[in-house]
Write a protein that binds this ligand. Structure first.
Ligand SMILES: Nc1ncnc2c1ncn2[C@@H]1O[C@H](COP(=O)(O)OP(=O)(O)O)[C@@H](O)[C@H]1O
Ligand SMILES: [Mg+2]
Length: 289
């Protein structure tokens, strides 16, 4: 059974006014438990609007959402339960830190779930470890931390709720490349260890190629593609036409393939490029053979 399923999900902001705007249109999809999915699309394509439906933060204008087979709006009073199951880290989550210590901020979610002090303590410590926060950070004010560290606190706060599905909305926006790779690497580790479902919203095809297994491409409020990484990259030209930049190595191999070179058109890592080049140079031989 899919962990998240939508049927004809549509969301229109300010319906019935002159500001009416369809942000998500007729989206039907199924996400299987344990998948690591990249959600990509140009700014304004509807990524944030779509994912905010998965934990009941937004209510669809029409259509349905199922979490673990349950229509989440059938009992609107129980929507809080869905928020514990599907954890969402907002874009720029550091603006939502408000407690006077890092520890209390991470503990906020688990506390709300009504867990015992002991269980909360264990979860806070585990979550902090996952995101690379050190024990000496825990009694600091979140406001004394660097941008990247604040981001880690916010992510830890959601991880501490141990959600079945973890959704991160552009978790590396505004971070330098080193901070970006560290956070994404930690998310991959978390996925490997917990085996839970992860949705990583990004506008970087490079990150999606590097860190996820399946890609959901949004374009003008609709799902344009939802497939494994290889298949999506075999449609690189279409992706570019949607205003998304594909990795440089993909562009080179796509051009070579279009010029008739016997190379795959869906290369997206340097490792794949190396293998393809070695193949042309003589079955893994080449200059060093
Ligand atoms: N709170 C809102 N009120 C009205 N329009 C919104 C709101 N949030 C987003 N939109 C509009 O909905 C569309 C999709 O936005 P969004 O879901 O934020 O896309 P993305 O996350 O892909 O950048 C955009 O046209 C955006 O301007
Ligand atoms: Mg967004």
């Amino acid at each position: 059974m899919s962990v998240i399923k939508t049927e004809h999900l549509t969301h229109t902001y300010s319906q019935g006014t002159s500001y009416e705007q369809a942000a998500v249109s007729d989206v039907s999809l199924e996400i299987e438990s344990g998948e690591m999915i990249g959600v990509i699309g140009h700014t304004g394509s509807g990524k944030s609007t779509l994912i905010q439906h998965f934990n009941g933060l937004l209510r669809p204008t029409s259509g349905n959402i199922y979490v673990d087979g349950e229509d989440i709006w059938e009992k609107p009073k129980e929507i809080r339960r869905i928020r514990f199951k599907v954890g969402l880290v907002f874009q720029y989550p550091e603006y939502q830190l408000f407690e006077d210590t890092v520890y209390k901020d991470i503990a906020f979610g688990p506390k709300n779930m009504g867990l015992s002090e002991e269980e909360i303590d264990q979860r806070v410590k585990e979550a902090a470890l996952f995101v690379g926060l050190k024990p000496h950070h825990m009694e600091k004010s979140p406001f004394e931390l660097s941008g990247g560290q604040k981001r880690r606190v916010a992510i830890a706060g959601v991880i501490a709720m141990n959600p079945e599905v973890l959704i991160l909305d552009e978790p590396t926006a505004g971070l330098d490349p080193k901070g970006r790779d560290r956070i994404l690497g930690q998310i991959v580790e978390y996925h490997k260890e917990r085996k839970n479902t992860i949705l990583l919203v990004s506008h970087s095809m490079e990150d999606v190629a590097k860190y996820t297994e399946k890609v959901l491409v949004m374009n003008h409020s609709r799902v344009a593609m939802f497939d494994d990484v290889e298949t999506v990259f075999s449609r690189s030209r279409e992706i570019e036409s949607m205003g998304l930049a594909v990795p440089q190595v993909s562009r080179v191999f796509l051009a070579l393939s279009e010029k008739g070179w016997p190379v795959p058109a869906n290369v997206y890592t340097v490792e794949q490029a190396k293998t393809a080049v070695e193949k042309i140079l003589g079955q893994g031989g080449g200059a060093n053979a």
